[in-house]
Design a protein around this ligand. Structure first.
Ligand code: FMN
Length: 202
C-alpha cells in the first residue's frame, strides 16, 4: 500500500450506523471462512483466531481455525481433537472468548461466546466426511491425545477411533466488543444479544 492509498483510507467516510457496522462484522467473518488463501492472496486474518477459556488452573488461550459460521444463529464453528485439554475444559465450563485482529481493517473483535462440543450426530458425521481425506484430518489421527508426552511405541489409531476423536466446537456469540484503530480516531462499540448496540470509549 502506498502513501496515497493510506491517506485515502484515512479520509474515506466511515460508517457511523451501529447496525451497519454489526452487519459488516458478520460479513467479514463470513469472508474469513469462505475466502481461503490462494496464489497471491493471503487467508483472511480472522481465519485464524485465538480461543480463550477458563481451565482448572486459570486462563487458557490458543490459536484455532475458523471453519464455518451460521450468521442467523450467531454461531462460529471450529474443529478440535476430542481428546485435547480444551475440549474437557469447555465441557466443564463452556464460557469462551474469541479474539480476532485484522491489520487491513484495523478491527479487533472480542467475541464473548458459549462453546458447545459435539462428537456425534449427523452434523459431526457430515463434517468429518468432508474433511476425512484432506490434510486437516491428520490433526485428529495422532495415536495419543494432544499434549501427551511423546511415546515412540504408540500404535496408530483404529479407523473408528479416528472418527471418535473429531470434535466440532460451536461458539454461540453472546456479545461483540468491536475496536477500530484509525488515523482519524479510534472507535469502539458493543453489540450484545437482546441489547441495543452501544458506542464505548475506545
Ligand atoms: C495457526 C494455528 C492453527 C491452529 N488451529 C487449530 C484448530 O483449528 N483446532 C485445534 O484444535 N487446534 C489448532 N491449533 C493448535 C492449538 O493452538 C493448540 O496448540 C492445540 O489445539 C492444543 O490446545 P489445548 O491444549 O488447549 O487443547 C492451531 C495452532 C496454530 C498455530
Amino acid at each position: 500500500m502506498n502513501d496515497a492509498s493510506l491517506l485515502e483510507d484515512a479520509i474515506a467516510p466511515r460508517p457511523t450506523d451501529l447496525s451497519l457496522i454489526e452487519a459488516m462484522i458478520w460479513t467479514e467473518l463470513d469472508r474469513a471462512v469462505h475466502h481461503r488463501a490462494a496464489a497471491g492472496r493471503p487467508a483472511h486474518p480472522w481465519r485464524r483466531a485465538a480461543l480463550a477459556n477458563v481451565g482448572e488452573d486459570g486462563p487458557e488461550v490458543r490459536s484455532i481455525v475458523l471453519r464455518d459460521l451460521q450468521v442467523d444463529r450467531r454461531e462460529l464453528v471450529f474443529y478440535a481433537d476430542a481428546r485435547s485439554p480444551k475440549v474437557a475444559q469447555l465441557r466443564a465450563d463452556p464460557r469462551g472468548q474469541i479474539l480476532c485482529w485484522s491489520e487491513p481493517l484495523g478491527w479487533q473483535l472480542r467475541l464473548r461466546c458459549r462453546v458447545d462440543v459435539a462428537t456425534d450426530g449427523l452434523d459431526v458425521t457430515a463434517r468429518w466426511a468432508l474433511i476425512r481425506h484432506r490434510p486437516a484430518a491428520h490433526d485428529y489421527l495422532s495415536p495419543l491425545a494432544p499434549g501427551s508426552p511423546l511415546e515412540a511405541s504408540a500404535a496408530p489409531l483404529a479407523p473408528e477411533r479416528v472418527r471418535e476423536s473429531f470434535a466440532v466446537l460451536t461458539a454461540t456469540v453472546e456479545a461483540i466488543d468491536w475496536l477500530e484503530l484509525h488515523a482519524q480516531g479510534h472507535r469502539r462499540a458493543r453489540f450484545a444479544r437482546g441489547e441495543l448496540p452501544q458506542w464505548l470509549v475506545p
